[in-house]
Design a protein around this ligand. Structure first.
Ligand SMILES: [Zn+2]
Length: 251
């Protein structure tokens, strides 16, 4: 199996980074022009893929603290006094706040809407009723999108390459997809992390049994958007000639 090493989504980013380039096959205006023709959800997703989605950085500042110690007189034990000693040094810690991008939440709501509809269709009853279903759909949509947008960590098995080189008696015999990360090169979120992100009140087995299928649905929707983006961008490279007269002119 041949795996496309250079993905169209990467190309999308590159083309935007290149800006308006003369004499180049693909440049920012070509890509933006094609993107404008996408369906609304796919267009939103392509915009989000180009954006640097990040968490808000929150600084937690602990100011230095004054300290004193009680000293006793060596000669008179009834005599004691407080003396100021060195301060406990202050510190600044940075923690992840919420996601900043408004586009992220637009896409999340779009995806959640589709998941929500499927839940209604299936008459889905959550394990613990926490508000209405749309909150659960939003949580699951967030799990799906985060998996695509943030690299939690590199897959240690394939060192982030997504594939493994096969050797037999120090002879290179081919490649295979890394099964640990399914060729993504990223370490996926664990079940516990997914449950926390989605703010669900379920056990791991409860999630796998009843919620995971909606996560899969979300994945398939994102895959459809990406296929649409790929298809659209491919048109900038290849064109088909279906009119026989034109074909004659070209040959
Ligand atoms: Zn891997």
């Amino acid at each position: 199996m041949l795996v496309e090493r250079f993905d169209f989504l990467e190309l999308l980013r590159l083309a935007i980074a290149q800006g308006v380039a003369e004499g180049k096959n693909i440049s920012k205006d070509v890509v933006l022009g094609e993107m404008a023709l996408l369906s609304r959800p796919a267009h939103l997703w392509s915009t989000l893929l180009l954006e640097k989605v990040d968490f808000e950085r929150i600084a937690i500042i602990t100011p230095p603290q004054k300290q004193t110690r009680t000293f006793y007189s060596r000669y008179d034990f009834n005599y004691q006094y407080e003396r100021r000693i060195e301060d406990v040094p202050g510190k600044v810690e940075f923690v992840h706040g919420p996601i900043k991008s408004a586009n992220f939440f637009r896409v999340r709501n779009q995806l959640a809407f589709m998941i929500h509809q499927e839940m209604i269709k299936n008459n889905f009853k959550p394990n613990n009723a926490q508000g209405d279903l749309s909150h659960i759909a939003k949580g699951i949509a967030e799990v799906v999108l985060r998996g695509h947008l943030f690299v939690k960590a590199m897959c240690g098995y394939c060192c982030g390459l997504g594939k493994l080189e096969l050797f037999k008696a120090s002879q290179h015999i081919g490649q295979k997809l890394c099964e640990k990360c399914q060729g993504t090169g990223k370490r996926p979120y664990t079940l516990n992390e997914k449950i926390t992100i989605a703010k669900l009140n379920v056990t791991k087995s409860g999630y796998s049994e009843r919620y995971a299928k909606y996560e899969l649905l979300g994945e398939s929707i994102v895959a459809q958007w990406e296929n649409e983006i790929r298809g659209r961008l491919k048109r900038s490279f290849y064109f088909e000639v279906d009119c026989p007269e034109q074909q004659e002119c070209l040959t």
